[in-house]
Design a protein around this ligand. Structure first.
Ligand code: ZN
Ligand code: ZN
Length: 644
């Protein structure tokens, strides 16, 4: 009997779970990279639990693996999995497959104290009303319809994977509800390497390092522990990846458009791949050449058709192809042969990204586009496990993905190819946010795409600080739509004001309306100039500040501010100072708000005064009077300097 010694971070993860559930029953997630030994953490938690616990996973291999790790402690646990031909629930700890458990809910009538879900990123959000009611027909129908729709728009290979995810998630919901009926105090813990999913986003709401991932409902409430992959590589718990840029050919997937769930359509990909018929062949020739001394090579293809082509260029006897359509027996057989190293090249289409474990893999070729850092890490993670005679893992990316293995997940779609994750410190609470942004050649931040600070600020007493109700998201907004009724700041996509609940005018409606009016003028603002207008020349007053907004063709609109008049100083500050403060604080790292009090000060702002995207004016007798300035515009009209 071999008893494992927990590594320091595994011990930390276990302690975090105990600490969390001592305080609250709210659901929690721990994030551990592939290869960090999740099954050992599960085993330790199961060992420490005094009452009944249920460990759920979606594949029988993981049920077996987790069960086996647990029994190395010299204790017995049950297995509940039709695939493994066992249906035991009499032990204190049960390792179950979600499919089998959900199909036999009546076997789970005893009170359980803890449910652990391995690979918990597969748990979807329930339909909105599911949480209040019994697993109802309506929600099942909802899921089914979605699965059907998906199947219609995408070829079989992906819809299979998707359908199983959808029905799985409904199954998770069913078993959780069942166990909650028996014991309302049952606790829910998820484990995953990738707490972020394309289309859905983050699977939890709050992170223990004090920030908010989502304002919306999520499958889990808290992330209570997270270990970066870099830690494991540095401590040599994982193999060093040797990342190489493809030297000869590569694909250009940059023009692909993702669908609502963040994925690319196989039809589009095939179309793109077929345009350059020789590329795949020369890539595979290079893979074979560079892989000459490698033990196990995994190739990630973009579509089934693409995978078949890749496969056709490989030595037949040494290669295998696994897609969503490969049947289970065949798949098991091929994976076993690969693990025994009878097969050297394993080609697959997005089916071997999780729950697949062949430590000897020492080369990975990426021939498919990846849409998130998480997915990229998952793919590379297949080659980072430790194994005898393995010094590193060669990773070649033939797609120009331009992801960095160590980059944090930003949680939004990359807005453009120039963007990279940047740190933006909140001027209000000083939380270091990670947003997409653009830096200049010297590494200085030029622009970022963050909207609202993600920091969590305490609103309750220290004692309650941990609970959901007493912590709320910092309300600092880097960009905002100002409410014309109360002056409150709202997200740029908000439909009504958070503070006064008044309806906020949609900027597109505003533009549409102005376009229809004969006596109105709209400038697609490309920049602004500040000049001093001599008061003595125009009228008896003091010098004024003149702002000239101009569009790409040089058409202009003007307005001026007299800093001798308090109401005009206020008007200027109402328009600009909040945005100006945000800009200054991000660029200079300073905090606090910035108000302009005199003309000299205002004139110095030429290069930094925030420029609106659109300026709308109405015709007066002798001049155009500016009515609205649209800042931080996001809508259907093109902004200046954007591609037409
Ligand atoms: Zn903040
Ligand atoms: Zn308001």
């Amino acid at each position: 009997m071999e008893v494992f010694q927990l590594r320091d971070y595994q011990q930390e993860a276990v302690s975090a779970v105990l600490k969390h559930f001592r305080k609250t029953n709210e659901s929690a997630v721990i994030v551990l990279p592939t290869g960090s030994g999740k099954s050992l953490v599960i085993a330790e938690l199961a060992r420490l639990a005094k009452r009944k616990i249920l460990v759920l996973t979606h594949v029988k291999e993981l049920v077996e693996q987790n069960h086996q790790k647990y029994e190395t402690y010299g204790v017995t646990a049950g297995i509940y999995s039709a695939g493994l031909k066992l249906k035991e629930t009499q032990h204190q700890v049960t390792f179950a497959s979600i499919q089998s458990a959900a199909r036999n809910l009546d076997d789970f009538n005893e009170p359980y104290s803890l449910i652990i879900i391995d690979e918990c990123h597969r748990v979807n959000l329930a339909s909105p009303d599911l949480s209040n009611e019994k697993p109802n027909v309506q929600s099942k129908e909802l899921f089914k319809d979605k699965a059907k729709d998906k199947a219609k728009e995408e070829p079989k290979e992906q819809s299979q994977e998707k359908e199983s995810t959808l029905s799985n998630s409904n199954q998770y919901q069913q078993i959780i509800e069942k166990l909650m009926q028996v014991n309302p105090e049952v606790k829910l813990l998820g484990l995953t390497a990738t707490p972020y999913r394309l289309g859905m986003g983050w699977i939890y709401k709050k992170h223990y390092r004090g920030f908010m991932r989502s304002e919306e409902k999520r499958p889990f409430e808290h992330c209570i522990y997270e270990l970066p992959i870099r830690y494991l590589i540095k401590r040599q718990y994982l193999t060093e990846p040797n990342l190489v840029d493809a030297t000869i050919e590569h694909y250009d997937f940059s023009n692909l458009r993702a669908n609502a769930s963040g994925e690319y359509s196989p039809t589009d990909m095939n179309h793109l791949l077929n345009k350059n018929p020789r590329v795949t062949q020369s890539i595979i020739e290079q893979v074979i050449e560079l892989g000459h001394k490698r033990q196990g090579i995994m190739i990630f293809a973009a579509t089934v058709e693409h995978a078949k082509e890749v496969f056709s260029y490989l030595p037949t006897k040494l290669s295998a192809l696994i897609t969503g359509a490969t049947d289970n027996t065949e798949r098991d057989k091929l994976i076993k042969a690969f693990k025994r190293r009878e097969i050297k090249y394993l080609v697959n289409v997005s089916v071997l990204t999780t729950g697949f474990d062949a430590p000897h893999v020492d080369m990975i070729a990426i021939l498919r586009p990846t849409q998130s850092v998480s997915l990229y890490q998952q793919i590379i993670g297949r080659g980072l496990r430790l194994s005898d005679n393995k010094k590193d893992c060669l990773v070649i990316d033939y797609t120009g993905n331009d992801f960095d293995l160590y980059h944090p997940e930003v949680g939004e779609k990359k807005p453009n190819s120039k963007s990279q994750p940047v740190q933006v410190v909140c001027p209000s609470c000083e939380f270091p946010n990670i947003f997409w942004g653009i830096c200049d050649d010297d590494g200085y931040l030029v622009e970022h795409y963050g909207r609202r600070c993600q920091g969590l600020v305490d609103t309750g007493s220290e004692e309650q600080a941990y609970l959901v109700e007493s912590q709320s998201q910092c309300d600092y907004r880097f960009v905002f739509k100002e409410c014309p009724h109360c002056g409150g700041e709202n997200d740029i996509a908000a439909r009504s004001c958070l503070q006064c609940l008044e309806v906020l005018v949609d900027p597109d409606d505003m533009l549409k309306k102005a376009l229809k009016l004969k006596d109105s003028k709209i400038i697609r603002c490309a920049g602004l100039n500040l000049t001093r207008v001599n008061g003595k020349l125009s009228d008896k007053g003091a010098d004024k500040l003149k702002i000239t907004y101009h569009d790409e063709q040089g058409d202009e609109l003007n307005e001026s501010f007299d800093f001798a008049k308090p109401n005009q100083v206020k008007a200027f500050n109402d328009i600009f100072s909040k945005r100006l403060s945000a800009k200054i604080s991000v660029q200079l790292g300073s905090t606090g708000s910035f108000e302009v009090t005199n003309l000299e000060q205002a004139l110095k702002l030429t290069n930094i005064l925030p420029c609106p995207d659109f300026v709308i004016a109405r015709k007066q007798k002798f001049y155009w009077r500016i009515k609205d300035r649209l800042f931080d515009y996001q809508g259907k009209y093109r902004k200046a300097n954007e591609l037409k």
